[in-house]
Design a protein around this ligand. Structure first.
Ligand code: ATP
Length: 194
């Protein structure tokens, strides 16, 4: 059985960058966002549930999910957001747990933006949080997604704060510097498992 490490961090902190580096080193990665896409592919069982709950137009004519419309519809309404999370988490969380438990790599990382909020951290042997200063996160997210600063700030404000995540995590990676500095920190953490 693998040692299971939960990897989390806020928007634009660098979780995916850390995951990719770890995958290149040969460790297993279970990616919550990829599973969310997997379970909402055309023909999947959750799609009619989403259409019934949030409006038939969240599905396009070809049966694919209009993620942008769904996000725009639920984001302003906390109850709708909560309902969407319930529907999705009920399907995503068991898959994440099953896949990490089935891993045969020495280390298996679960890359989960809402690791603490969903309680998935209880299924990990330990947790790592990726952080970076706010201005850097906003700048990198804006450059990556082409979204405006106000929108990114709103999304960051709706998430658990970095301070709270850091308080709960076993290890912290500070990604305010260069990619090389991040890689060096990851290598330092990995030494503990050699
Ligand atoms: P989200 O939760 O929003 O999907 P994330 O935490 O997975 O974000 P990444 O996508 O890894 O974050 O990083 C955000 C952006 O910043 C990406 O475009 C990435 O290539 C870039 N980036 C990450 N780390 C660095 C770094 N140290 N220096 C420069 N750019 C970086």
């Amino acid at each position: 059985m693998s040692r299971i490490i939960g990897l989390t961090g806020g928007i634009g902190s660098g979780k995916s960058t850390v995951s990719r580096y770890l995958a290149k080193k040969g460790f297993d990665i279970v990616d919550a966002d990829a599973i969310a896409r997997e379970i909402t592919a055309p023909g999947e069982e959750v799609l009619p549930v989403l259409a019934e709950t949030f409006g038939a137009d969240v599905l396009r004519a070809d049966g694919s999910l209009d993620r942008k419309l769904l996000a725009e519809r639920v984001f302003p309404c906390p109850q709708a957001k909560q309902r969407l999370d319930e529907i999705m988490h009920a399907r995503i969380l068991p898959r994440i747990i099953a896949r990490t438990q089935a891993s045969r790599a020495s280390l298996c990382f679960m890359d989960v933006p809402l690791l603490f909020e969903t309680g998935l951290d209880r299924h990990c042997d330990e947790t790592w949080v990726v952080t970076a200063d706010l201005a850097t996160r906003i700048r990198r997210t804006a450059a990556r997604d082409g979204t405006d600063e106000r929108h990114i700030r709103e999304r960051i404000a709706s998430q658990m704060s970095d301070e709270k995540k850091i308080a709960r995590a076993d290890r912290v990676l500070d990604n305010s510097g260069t990619r090389e500095e991040l890689a060096w920190q990851i290598d330092e953490l990995l030494k503990a498992y050699e």
